[in-house]
Design a protein around this ligand. Structure first.
Ligand code: SF4
Length: 249
């Protein structure tokens, strides 16, 4: 039920965000979005538990769903899971929108980011990548074989980068999060050392116990199970692990 207390929190949080952002402009379409999401999350529509809302760029959709869903979830002790279409929006939410809403609410809850598997290195492929380099095998570049990891011949710099990644992983000096790698990754390296869900052997993989993706996903799942964090962000379509995440809310 959308109580007067929750409505008051939504209004106060919206006012707080507006006050902290000089350029913030109240829009009728955003207010409508906030009201409908809040009502849906609070169960005001009875058996109708889902809401599909479409709005053009500039409506303020991100703040709209945060300003409505989060106060309702907080009041009813639930979690908010956000699935975005792009990595850029994930980063925008983590860096700007969520901190703004939490600050306006005066809470110190911690959001967590659930990245897709291809944002983590696949150790199984990484450790094979040098041997899969056509320069280091008997295979000709034009005949890379079925299990070659490189779709294009790696440059000397790419080969060096992969060796450096292997060294860092073996020395436990890199979590395997590709976004944390200090150098600019080329598409070729990215493709060679990450693994789509369809090619991941999961528990049958010899590197499963140290797999960067499964470790990150396990840590997030563990925190969700024990009540933290209060919000999590994933990218829509990131893979099977996301189904577990959504089910934990
Ligand atoms: S479990 Fe999958 S993603 Fe992880 S190292 Fe093995 S093959 Fe790669």
């Amino acid at each position: 039920m959308l109580t007067e207390e929750i409505k008051a929190v939504i209004r106060a949080t919206t006012d707080g965000v507006a006050a902290a952002r000089p350029g913030f402009r109240r829009r009728r379409s955003q207010n409508l979005l906030i009201a409908e999401i809040a009502k849906t999350c609070a169960g005001e529509h009875g058996a109708q538990k889902h809401l599909i809302a479409e709005a053009p760029t500039g409506t303020g959709k991100s703040l709209g769903y945060l300003l409505s869903a989060y106060p309702v979830a907080k009041a009813t002790q639930r979690k908010v899971v956000i699935a975005t279409a792009t990595v850029a929006l994930q980063e925008q939410l983590m860096a700007k929108e969520i901190p703004a809403v939490l600050a306006a609410m005066g809470v110190s809850d911690r959001p967590m980011l659930a990245k897709g598997r291809q944002r983590y290195v696949c150790d199984f492929r990484l450790f094979q990548a040098p041997a899969s380099n056509p320069d280091q095998t008997d295979l000709g570049f034009d005949d890379p074989g079925d299990d070659a990891l490189w779709s294009t011949k790696p440059t000397a710099d790419e080969a060096r980068m992969v060796e450096s990644m292997i060294a860092k992983r073996k020395a436990h000096q890199w979590t395997g999060d590709m976004d944390e790698w200090p150098e600019k990754l080329t598409p070729s390296v990215q493709e060679a050392v990450t693994c789509p869900a369809s090619q991941c052997a999961a528990r049958r993989c010899p590197n499963f116990s140290t797999c960067a993706f499964y470790q990150a996903r396990g840590a997030l799942q563990g925190q969700l199970d024990c009540g933290q964090p209060e919000s999590a962000i994933g990218r829509y379509g990131d893979g099977a692990g996301d189904a577990d995440l959504a089910g934990a809310q």
